[in-house]
Design a protein around this ligand. Structure first.
Ligand code: UDP
Length: 248
């Protein structure tokens, strides 16, 4: 199946809704393919525009889904738009839910040691037919990569969720994707903090208003620096539109 996409700054963004995205990933898993899925958001895009090798990682991912209200806006402002927001946190849960029907296994890599352990425990309770293939915290250095890659390889999980900082997790997956032996590989940022109960997700009304970022900022004020990427992203998208209008 070829995925309908729309392009933002040279990166193909999937136009599939949540349900079709899960179906597409499940098909890939069943046919033995491996997939690097990126849940793209404005902060990531600004990082990509400033770091060409990260831009390349995004271009080479098998699927970029539109996480974040800013991206949904940019997709419709610049082109055909996308079906809906596909939030990484929700996609992770939908995959675990679907995986219950097939007895998929999951490996959790990232966050602090106590957080990832609690997250594994909560996932095991919430999704009893998912097999926990292993977990490891995310505070490791490059010299530990080989050991951790081997650990994942031996576990050969259907789902590998990597919860580290935005720039680290995607580069790490892209670098080791052929050695990891996992099917679906996806960076999930701060998701284990939410699954473990350490942090709360924004209430539904705020998610619907596109204000999830504001709730995160309130819980973690130190995020303010990163958040400044949002207005910069809006400016860049407007410039991009002007550039496209000149060409046509
Ligand atoms: N994290 C990690 N290793 C690191 C840095 C961060 O495992 O070296 C985890 C952190 O505990 C949190 C998640 O990655 O669970 C997201 O961290 P943060 O919000 O700082 O990253 P951002 O998403 O803003 O890049």
């Amino acid at each position: 199946m070829t995925i309908p996409t729309t392009e933002i700054f040279g990166v193909r963004i999937s136009r599939l809704g949540m349900k079709e995205t899960v179906e597409y990933i499940a098909d890939a898993i069943h046919s033995g393919r491996s997939l690097h899925v990126i849940t793209a958001n404005p902060i990531m895009f600004m990082h990509a525009l400033e770091h060409p090798e990260f831009h390349q990682v995004m271009r080479e991912a098998d699927l970029n889904v539109p996480d974040g209200a800013g991206l949904v806006w940019a997709a419709s402002y610049l082109g055909e738009g996308v079906a809906e927001r596909v939030a990484g946190y929700d996609l992770m849960h939908e995959l675990l839910k679907t995986g219950q029907n097939y007895g998929w296994s999951v490996f959790l890599l990232g966050a602090a040691a106590d957080v990832v352990e609690t997250a594994a425990d909560h996932i095991a309770r919430q999704y009893p037919r998912i097999r926990i293939a292993g977990w490891h915290h995310g505070y490791f250095k490059e010299e530990d990569d080989e050991r951790i890659v081997k650990m994942v390889q031996q576990a050969a999980p259907d789902l590998l969720f990597v919860a580290r900082s935005l720039d680290t997790q995607e580069r790490w997956i892209a670098r080791y994707r052929d050695q990891l032996g996992a099917r679906l590989m996806m960076g999930v940022g701060g998701s284990f903090d939410v699954v473990s109960g350490k942090l709360k997700r924004a209430p539904l009304f705020m998610q619907r208003l596109g204000l999830e970022w504001l709730y995160r900022l309130w819980q973690e004020p130190s995020r303010i620096g990163r958040m400044l990427a949002l207005p910069r992203f809006v400016l860049r998208v407007r410039q991009e539109k002007k550039r496209m209008q000149k060409i046509h």
